[in-house]
Ligand binder design. Sequence first.
Ligand code: ADP
Ligand code: MN
Length: 495
Amino acid sequence: QCPWGAPNTTSISCSLADVMSEQLAKELQLEEENAAFPEAVAVAEGPFITGENIDTSSDLMLAQMLQMEFDREYDAQLRREEKKINGDSKVSISFENYRKVHPYDSDSSEDEVDWQDTRHDPYRADKPTTTPRKGFIGKGKDITTKHDEVVCGRKNTARMENFAPEFQVGDGIGMDLKLSNQVFNALKQHAYSEERRSARLHEKKEHSTAEKAVDPKTRLLLYKMVNAGMLETITGCISTGKESVVFHAYGGKSATEDKVIPPECAIKVFKTTLNEFKNRDKYIKDDYRFKDRFSKLNPRKIIRMWAEKEMHNLTRMQNAGIPCPQVVILKKHVLVMSFIGQDQVPAPKLKDVTLSSEDMKKAYYQILNMMQQLYKECNLVHADLSEYNMLWHDGKVWLIDVSQSVEPTHPHGLEFLFRDCRNVSQFFQKGGVAEALNERELFNAVSGLNITAENEVDFQAEIEALEKMNEDHVQNHGKKLSMFSGDGDPPIYDE
Ligand code: ADP
Ligand code: MN
């Protein structure tokens, strides 16, 4: 039932003469007022407290109050419908995005910044709205007594129908509501900015829920991949880490004949929220492959560089025959690769599987082998090697997560290698592999270096000394020492 009572239809007409007489009446009134209260007129400025045009400002308040009331009812209705649709189903649909977001209800202040867009904005969002009711009752009576404004006011009310469809104007005609030109224009402007504001707010909400999934830009990238037929469907999320989100997808058809898209793919989306990446600076900043580029890049591009790095490193590993995901495509910060696992179930991490002692031993020797290959053939140190980044699939170990991998001559490359060795040794020693080398033996076995220090502290000191020696050599001779790779200079990286 309508809270405003039955509408009584009024015929609306407005001639030029009416408008003219309205203006004339206004001018006369203004003159009168100016003569009576010259100061009061001069100071009045704000949209709510006006000396110049008291009656229209109460119109404005009336309109705002109506709008709020209407929005509240609309939202309540929406909630009822939402509840009815969802029932007690486990999966629920949210109507949240259809909710009216009203500036007077809103308590978030950061949103108000954008209001400065409109040069003359009669609505100041920070205006207190505590007194409208009083103002409206006290002054409302005056409006209807001005005959010349009535007709034009009705016409303005009717014109509100032209506002954006989602802008609820209410049944102004039925109520015989009259809006002055000034109020109507203000409302029109309000309708416009409200529309944009609402769009912005909803967009923002999308960003915050995207913490778990992805932001709209990434979604568009993924959508394009599906649309191009490269991916069949994106089924769901496998992992949400600090720095990336990984999805599973079924592969589609490749545009080019020579390239085959694997039946199942993993999509690694590097997070574009930057704070998490700050602590990774040291990996890339000191990597001479990226040295020239790093300083010139904006943060968004740096994140793309992580994805790019992972792609290049995976390709090197693939070429060396190390079991790892195969690169399918790289688009900005989204890397598509082959899926390690089957039927949407990712292969378990080494930390999550219980292997027989025989498999455990097999895995150990395989990893020792892979670390050597990685170092000698790929000229890489994984730099985040642990049971978390090794998957057990098809009876063997697969290496993943190589975006942070560096070349051995990286200023901290040997330290990273030592850390990798420690993780691996500890895991397999705890796992009962009697043959497992300790971290120092493993380090020497992988690097081909012969550091003889008997304890960890001395060992680490020697590693750092070696790194420093190499850095000094770069300073003095502009190139790296060849001592690490064994045969000549390490291959200079090119794309
Ligand atoms: P992060 O930097 O977040 O650790 P990872 O590359 O390690 O990123 O991926 C996170 C998780 O996603 C992995 O632990 C693994 O379970 C899963 N994953 C990543 N790539 C693949 C892939 N190619 N196939 C199957 N699972 C994968
Ligand atoms: Mn990982």
